[in-house]
Design a protein around this ligand. Structure first.
Ligand code: BGC
Length: 734
């Protein structure tokens, strides 16, 4: 029995537990230890003692910088994410942290979002599965994970005030499911609410979000912490379901006063304090580690980077197995970009540059070619062109400047610096074989320049071991196995949210609704540079023997055989989409519902299995406030990207059995389609049969759209009383 069990905490003590002691710790109350929190998400950012403010972002103790989420997500490898999570937890523990502030699972609504490098995908399924795996890994060692930023924080512009105005169906189908999946399957210790408002209400004060949905519907049992400084009205936040304000605003006395004045329910304070207490109890019991094997974690960071690199295009120049003379061009090969700026910035334990790794393996020469600040430098460019002209193959490293991607602001363009693309054209003019390696967190446009390269490798921001991982892929020591979790558009103007991003006057309207990323491009058949799910390999995979069958009511099993038909061991990411073919689309044409990353030796085959449930074919019904499954056919698609579907099978769902209640304002069509309604209508309304079957098709189509109550105005004898009788009859017979 603890001291606090014997002698209940006073209101003052409980209030103090709901706000931190300082930037990184909760309050210590009696024998309740303080909880230490640290960023997150791709490495432990434990600020040095004395640099306790939230802005001392780059002054932290060295820790392994694993690939940021943009890269880890592109691995589509949940097991890898779990192992990275476990390694992160070990480091967090060794550095004295109890909770790691990650993962971030916000949806990439626009490529411009400055923090896209910290997020997994434009797709909620990938985000949810990868996020849950990371949480499971972190928590496997007793360290708490904190999923962020809940919710609808999809831009940095005006992030502390903006209202994300988004309809509920879009929220439920796009912006909330990753959080939902993680909460339901991985039980994170904490959820961090975002800065922004959702439909006019701050996330930190949003009762619907923090209490009704998060706890009521999804069963979250951990603690909700504010993003750093996201609380505006602490009493309102506690009432809404926020448990911990970070960093503290030293307003505990106001909370006590609000309770005493009857403005805040004391239970809200008690509930929040209890959740912080429960978390403190859990982390107190966690196993502690003294340190970690720096080499081993670096190797894991390299494996993770390797698994996430995406080969966008290859005319055969890669792999560089017997390349002849290789010229490495581009300052980014020597001064790597491997993470973005902001609170996730980690001081790495070591750093691999691609140039060093390539020199060792291929004897390559090097020319910087351009300055990282984007200023033109004619002599650097000329040197690089000379080096390339003497080479059999030029590997040109291009990417966004270091200062382009950060928390706190968004990009305004997706183009690479002109000095880099100009240099690429000149190199391509003198060297017959050109490979481009990209370094960027948010996607960059490739359409303008990619014809100058025989191969393009998307290296992302790959963490501290990225340089050697890139060399592993370029030289063919490993086959590329990353896949895009975000569409690369041809132009920024093609992005579905383009006209609605980043909003103005404090509001950003999510006008594209559910049609985010491939859900838009594939529904409308728009050209893209590279589709969602895309990524090449050095081998070839064949898909065969698709079997899709019903296993229960609204349950299906899908199996497919995948064979490595090439001559080297490699990974494939098998993707499962559920598709709805509609003449006029009312929903995304298809949506990812499963994926599996498998490794196959040459000639090896594997049977990959997926399970689908009613939720996978459901849509959110705002009218019912629930998921709705309509009876009908659907297609399962299995393939290697959203545009490379190899096999299809038809299935059908009986629906969810829900029959909408009929009323006066239900249309004639709704009455006729209703099992009881059509009988009642036809039996009570003489002539209804003739009207519905004998009339002209155009007239019937017209009439079907008219609410029953409106027929009285058309003088066809359907008075208000008759409509009332019909409604009463259908209700009594249903
Ligand atoms: C970021 C969070 C981060 C927190 C603490 C905030 O500015 O949005 O992601 O965990 O700071 O550094």
């Amino acid at each position: 029995m603890t001291q606090t069990d014997r002698d209940p905490l006073s209101l003052e003590e409980r209030a103090s537990l709901t706000s931190g002691r300082d930037t990184w710790h909760t309050e210590e109350v009696r024998d309740v230890p303080a909880i230490t929190l640290a960023d997150g998400p791709h490495g432990v950012r434990r600020q040095r003692k004395g640099s306790g403010d939230a802005l001392g972002l780059t002054d932290s103790v060295p820790a392994t910088c694993f690939p940021p989420a943009v890269a880890l997500g592109s691995s589509w490898d949940a097991d890898l994410a779990r192992r990275v999570g476990a390694a992160l937890a070990r480091e967090a523990s060794a550095l004295g942290a109890d909770v790691l502030l990650g993962p971030g699972v916000n949806i990439k609504r626009s490529p411009l979002c400055g923090r896209n490098f910290e997020y997994f995908s434009e797709d909620p399924h990938v985000s949810g599965v990868m996020g849950a795996a990371l949480v499971a890994g972190i928590q496997s060692r007793g360290i708490g994970a904190c999923v962020k930023h809940f919710a609808v924080n999809n831009q940095e512009t005006d992030r502390m005030r903006i209202s994300a105005d988004v309809d509920e169906q879009t929220l439920r189908e796009i912006y909330l499911p990753a959080f939902e999946h993680i909460v339901r399957t991985a039980a994170p210790s904490m959820v961090m609410c975002s800065y922004n408002k959702i439909n006019g209400v701050y996330a930190s004060e949003n009762h619907w979000l923090l209490t009704e949905v998060l706890r009521g519907e999804w069963g979250f049992e951990g603690a909700v912490v504010s993003d750093w400084g996201a609380v505006n009205d602490r009493a309102a936040a506690l009432a809404a379901g926020l448990d911990l304000e970070m960093p503290p605003t030293r307003t505990d006395h106001e909370i006590v006063a609000a309770v005493r004045a009857g403005r805040l329910d004391e239970d809200a304070v008690t509930r929040a304090a209890d959740r912080v207490l429960a978390l403190a109890g859990r982390v107190r019991d966690a196993e502690r580690f003294d340190g970690w094997d720096v080499d081993e974690h670096h190797e894991l960071a390299r494996e993770a980077a390797r698994g996430s690199i995406v080969l966008l295009k290859n005319d055969g120049v890669l792999p560089l197995e017997d390349p002849g003379r290789v010229a490495v061009v581009g300052e980014l090969a020597r001064t790597p970009r491997y993470q973005g700026h902001g609170s996730s910035h980690v001081v790495p334990t070591r750093l691999d540059g691609a140039w060093d790794a390539l020199r060792e393996r291929t004897g390559a020469t090097f020319a910087a070619g351009y300055r990282l600040d984007g200023e033109p430098d004619a002599s650097l460019a000329a040197e690089a062109v000379t080096a390339a002209s003497a080479a059999d193959v030029a590997v040109v490293f291009l990417g966004l400047p270091d200062q382009a991607e950060s928390e706190g602001f968004d990009r305004t363009s997706i183009d690479l610096p002109a000095v880099q693309t100009d240099l690429l054209r000149r190199v391509a003019g003198v060297c017959p074989r050109v490979v481009v390696v990209l370094a960027n967190g948010g996607v960059v446009s490739v359409a303008e320049w990619q014809d100058a390269a025989g191969a393009v490798l998307e290296g992302w921001l790959p963490g501290q071991a990225g340089g050697s991982a890139i060399a592993d892929i370029l030289t063919g020591a490993h086959s590329p196995s990353g896949r895009l979790t975000e569409t690369i558009p041809n132009r920024l103007a093609d992005v579905p949210s383009h006209l609605h991003f980043p909003g103005a006057d404090g509001r950003v309207v999510y006008g594209e609704g559910r049609f985010v990323g491939y859900r838009y491009y594939d529904t409308l058949g728009r050209d893209v540079a590279y589709p969602f799910g895309h990524g090449l390999s050095y081998t070839r995979f064949e898909y065969s023997d698709l079997d899709a069958r019903e296993t229960g009511r609204n349950e299906w099993a899908v199996e497919v055989t995948v064979t490595n038909a090439g001559d080297r061991t490699a990974h494939e990411v098998v993707q499962l989409y559920v598709a709805f073919d509609e003449e006029l689309p009312t929903r995304p044409r298809h949506e990812l519902r499963g994926f599996a990353k498998i490794e196959l030796a040459p000639g090896e085959r594997s049977r990959v299995r997926f399970a689908l449930t009613g939720r996978d074919v459901a849509q959110w019904s705002p009218a019912r406030g629930d998921w709705r499954v309509d009876a009908g056919a659907f297609t399962v698609e299995v393939g290697a990207s959203s545009r490379d579907i190899r096999l299809r099978a038809e299935l059908a769902t009986p629906g969810d059995g829900h029959v909408a209640a009929l009323g006066r304002m239900s249309t004639l069509g709704e009455w006729l389609d209703h099992p009881v309604g059509s009988r009642v209508l036809k039996s009570r309304l003489r002539g209804a049969d003739g009207f519905t079957s004998g009339g002209s098709p155009a007239l019937l189509a017209l009439a079907r759209g008219i609410p029953l109550a409106k027929f009285s105005t058309f003088g066809i004898g359907l008075s208000g009383d008759v409509v009332d009788e019909l409604v009463a009859a259908v209700r009594s017979e249903s």
